[in-house]
Design a protein around this ligand. Structure first.
Ligand code: CAA
Length: 296
């Protein structure tokens, strides 16, 4: 029975994952090597819970209970040893993830399930550095985690069925909709999403249409909440590039080759929302979408 969850990494995804577990009654140990990042994460969770109180999604009392379920830690070994489930949401870097999983495997209780929120790194590869590959699984949440209903559950080559069933039922307890897929490059979400984003960037690069036209066509024509270029900025252009490279290398198919414009933008440090500029310009405190001068 899962009661205590350690979340490794207090960035955007980590704080969202900690938020939903705490909101649904789990004890959450939020872990990061950086104490300032933990403080920032708790402030974000507090702010997002207040937003949910205003929208009548949670009551003021539930907000207090959720925050009481949450504690922060810089000692990964200590937190991992207390958890029934560990959800890793560290930076999307394979060497870092392998190092973390090797350590988690050594310090966690043998029964503890090790999950990764990776968006494209092989679960089978992550599991291979542990002595419990049957208890390693992908639990891929979508950003913003408190809002998005999906959890993409990824079975590694060795993942045991009973572990998958546990994670499926746990995701339902979080009021999410779980979908189980097998472990191949990009899983399903990004195997389908990233080629669409890449095609949108190619369309801009080839001069077929401008930023606003491409995004408006997909928003109004296909009822997407954001156009693909805005979504790429939201996800992070560096993340999009790295996932496309995983697809390109993993399938050995040129249809996944990243658009040269995307490569150039990442090289130039234009990463989207997090760097203040991508296809659009982002100003603190403003929700207005302004197309970057480069594309006017
Ligand atoms: N916490 C809690 N609530 C939040 C929130 C957060 N972090 N962010 C937004 N919300 C709530 C708002 O309070 C609002 O609630 P109501 O509907 O009750 O009013 C609702 O979400 C919508 O928010 P906003 O009004 O601020 O803004 P919006 O209507 O423009 O919606 C959005 C914002 C939810 C992000 C929407 O634009 C959207 O769904 N975009 C697409 C997101 C998407 O595709 N995410 C997946 C990215 S891919 C990924 O994550 C995985 C990967 O591997 C790359």
């Amino acid at each position: 029975m899962i009661k205590t969850v350690a979340v490794i990494g207090a960035g955007t995804m980590g704080n969202g994952i900690a938020h939903v577990f705490a909101q649904h009654g789990f004890k959450v140990l939020l872990v990061d090597v950086n104490a300032a990042q933990l403080e920032k994460a708790v402030a974000t969770i507090d702010k997002n819970l207040s937003r949910q109180v205003e929208k009548n999604v949670v009551t003021a009392e539930q907000k207090v209970l959720s925050l009481n379920n949450l504690s922060t830690h810089t000692d990964i070994a200590d937190a991992a040893s207390k958890a029934d489930l560990i959800v890793e949401a560290a930076t999307e870097n394979i060497d870092l993830k392998l190092k973390i999983f090797k350590q988690l495997d050594e310090v966690a209780n043998p029964e503890t399930i090790l999950a990764s929120n990776t968006s494209s790194i092989s679960i089978t590869k992550i599991a291979s550095v542990t002595k419990r590959p049957e208890k390693v699984i992908g639990m891929h949440f979508m950003n913003p985690v408190p809002v998005m209903k999906l959890v993409e559950i990824i079975n590694g080559y060795a993942t045991d069925n009973t572990i998958t069933e546990t994670i499926v039922s746990l995701s339902k307890q979080l009021n999410k909709v779980p979908c189980v897929v097998n472990d191949y490059p990009g899983f399903i979400a990004n195997k389908i999403l990233m080629p669409m984003i890449n095609e949108a960037i190619y369309s801009l690069y080839e001069g077929i249409a401008g930023v606003e036209a491409i995004d408006t066509i997909m928003k109004l024509g296909m009822a997407h909440p954001m156009g693909p270029l805005q979504l790429a900025d939201f996800i992070g252009l560096d993340v999009c590039l790295s996932i496309l490279n995983v697809l390109y290398e993993g399938f050995g198919n040129t249809k996944y080759a990243p658009c040269p414009l995307l490569v150039n933008m990442v090289t130039a440090g234009k990463l989207g929302v997090k760097s203040g500029e991508g296809f659009y310009i982002y100003q603190a405190g403003s929700k207005e979408l302004i197309v970057s001068n480069r594309f006017k």
